[in-house]
Design a binder for this molecule. Structure first.
Ligand code: ZN
Length: 171
């Protein structure tokens, strides 16, 4: 990207530099959800329209954005800014677990929804975090795996299909 900008779009490079410098100076982490924010507490966390009894745990601000775009959730969030990965040296401190536990223990949160990725790291994180939250008497749920909307069985990978069968529910 740097080579491309230097070669073909030096003006764009200057604009990108300015934008990054502004972001570095003004963007911080929201005190409540840990996502990127310009204020101490972000707009989403300070909105009275959100359901404070639901807390959804995601790995990144991008995941939070996807959840919001799906318009399926009215609760609040906590962004880990990563996932547990001992091989890469990423432990509980690096994903702000102490802050999550404090946040989930505010007395208002009734259910924590674990929406980490379905990767090895995301699954391990969901297991570890879920255990700690359950020990504190909170209801812990995990988003479901399954077939994509409009998906056909014969075109889906066998891992997804197998998981959908394991996680089937009564209708
Ligand atoms: Zn926030």
């Amino acid at each position: 990207m740097a080579y491309h900008l230097l070669q073909r779009d030096r003006e764009g490079a200057a604009r990108l530099t300015a934008a990054l410098q502004t972001s570095l100076a003004s963007i911080r982490h929201c005190e409540k959800c840990n996502s990127f924010a310009e204020a101490v507490v972000c707009e989403l966390c300070s909105s009275p329209r959100r359901d404070a009894s639901l807390l959804c745990v995601v790995e990144s601000p991008g995941d939070l954005l996807m959840m919001e775009q799906a318009e399926c959730y009215q609760g609040l969030y906590f962004v880990l800014m990563g996932a547990l990965s001992p091989l890469d040296g990423i432990g509980p401190k690096d994903i702000h677990l102490d802050r999550l536990l404090r946040r989930a223990g505010d007395g208002l949160v009734r259910e924590v929804i674990l929406a980490t990725n379905f990767t090895v790291e995301g699954e391990a994180t969901a297991h570890y975090v879920g255990e700690l939250l359950r020990q504190r008497g909170l209801k812990v749920t995990r988003i479901a795996r399954g077939l994509p909307v409009g998906g056909e069985l014969e075109h889906v990978d066998s891992g997804t299909l197998a998981q959908a069968v394991v996680e089937r529910r009564e209708v």
